[in-house]
Design a protein around this ligand. Sequence first.
Ligand SMILES: *[C@@H]1O[C@H](CO)[C@@H](O)[C@H](O)[C@H]1NC(C)=O
Length: 291
Amino acid sequence: MRTFAALALSLAFASVAFALNCNGHTELCDRKYSNVTFLGTHNSPFVGVLPADNQLETVTQQLSGGIRYLTAQTHDKDGAIELCHTSCILLDVGLLQDYLKDIKTWMDGNPNEVVTLLLTNQDAIDINKFADAFKAVGLDAYAYAPGADLAMNDWPTLGTMVSNKKRLVVFMDYHADTSKVPWILDEFKYYFETPFDTTDENFAQCTLDRPQGASADGRMYIVNHFLDIEIFPGVLIPNLADAGKTNSMTSILAQTDLCYTQYKRTPNVVLLDFASIGDEMKAQDDLNNLG
Ligand SMILES: *[C@@H]1O[C@H](CO)[C@@H](O)[C@H](O)[C@H]1NC(C)=O
């Protein structure tokens, strides 16, 4: 009888401990989404070693490796939403919907993980078409809709997002419209970003680049910590050769320290190219004050 009770008790504890684990750490369950730092993959779908590629691992591998913040560039190709780099002639890795399906599959199998997807929409594709792509694979079911614009302190904790099963946060740089799709959020309402496409290997700035002229106050922020190299005058490509150095603790923390000095809070997101190289998960733990 006593053995049974002990067993039941330990099972109860085991399930509580399981339920309280968010993104790999119990400590993160009590932290507001807006108070967590995520190391993310810039242009997550462009996988390979060609000049238009930004990552070496597939999105599923990125997620399995610990990345919880994904960015993806979308373009209109003959009425379909495709993942293209600058233009679909330069690099086209296929339908947004197929990429979303991979994320859905991964999230189904990992119920304690909060994932963010930041989409670009330079071609001003109708927001309802984006919603259709999510719905086609069932990923909309996980999408978090705040209901009204959130102040930075109003974000739910990761624990709440996990227990409510609303643990996918979707942002879009331009042309979001929450009156039509309440769970695709306007990136620049919530964030500011530092400059991107830098060729300064020291990342010796933490300047507010976009939205231009906006205030840093009340906004989370994204640090673009990926390095380009100029191969011809005006032609920049991701710097794969130096990725080990760029993605090292030393390089990441040097820039985030600068940011902390400037804004008195840690960045919410640090975006990397070739994120499978380097110390990104260690840097993430460090920035979140996790041992
Ligand atoms: C989270 O809050 C702590 C305490 O105020 C702060 O030091 C840290 O910079 C915050 N992190 C983020 C990502 O906002």
